[in-house]
Design a protein around this ligand. Sequence first.
Ligand code: GRF
Length: 321
Amino acid sequence: MTDRARIAILISGAGTNMAALVYASRMPESPYEVVLVAANDPAAPGLALAAAEGIATFALPHKGLTREAHDAAMEAAVLAADADHIVLAGYMRILSDGFAARWAGRMLNIHPSLLPLYKGTGTHTRAIAAGDSHAGATVHLVTPELDSGEVLAQIAVPITPGDTPESLAARVKLAEHQLYPRAVADYVSRWRNPAWLLTQLRTRALALPETCEQESFGSAGFRVGEGKAGKYFAYFSDRPHGHDRIALLVKTSGMDELHALTEDQPDTYFKPAFYGASGWVGIVLDRPDLDWADVDAWLQRSWRSVAPRRLTRLMDAADAF
Ligand code: GRF
């Protein structure tokens, strides 16, 4: 598969989650491959396993370096490996804000609690002390604020009578090893997941004034205007007639523009069945490099071309200046 995501895994210790990620990546159809395992401790046992698996490794102790300098060196190794995502797996370092910000949306972490409960360390001790029935693990996006990014996946694990932090940690890890590879795979392949694409599109289309969603011939459609007078300005098309792509259909200014787009950028634009005859264009959504700002622009344009005059009058006036 050519479009596999390239992940770099950062560890500090045992690396059992790293191992789970590596072995899951060896299964057929894995949407990611592990291109680097890096550690802030050259003695981290996980490094030896990664090397034995033929994966590039990098180690740099943080002692004597500023946080920014150490992060910069780790990041340089990640970039040299041409990784597109960073996956933290027991990486016991607080990241500098700049590092986290530069990888926003492309850096994941696993935390051994049911976030937002028990951020930071000592999670199992705290869950047992609180008398919780369950502990668990959370996969989340990394943001500058510790353990606070968007939650991508969670799994609950029961706390049993007599559990110690160690026995509970071991049980939670079994669950982590199932959760993490699955969450990483889902995340890096979301660009071709129709449900995710539709959610993204829906949020954007419904953010425009006086819009609603209405199904049309089995596809999600988006309309502007009230009731029967409303008009469609966009359709979500999941592998339509004759196409194996997931697409957004929007209105162009007419046949000339439609033909220019499909001729100049055939990987992005196509003439859809039926709608193409009246100047609608298909925009391929399942592309790893899709620019959602472009999608926004197209939605706005298409909305504006059919929205009632009372909604567009102000915009037209603004354009006149
Ligand atoms: C895991 O419990 C993970 O949730 C936490 O650190 C631990 C790493 O363990 N962030 P391992 O090195 O993957 O075995």
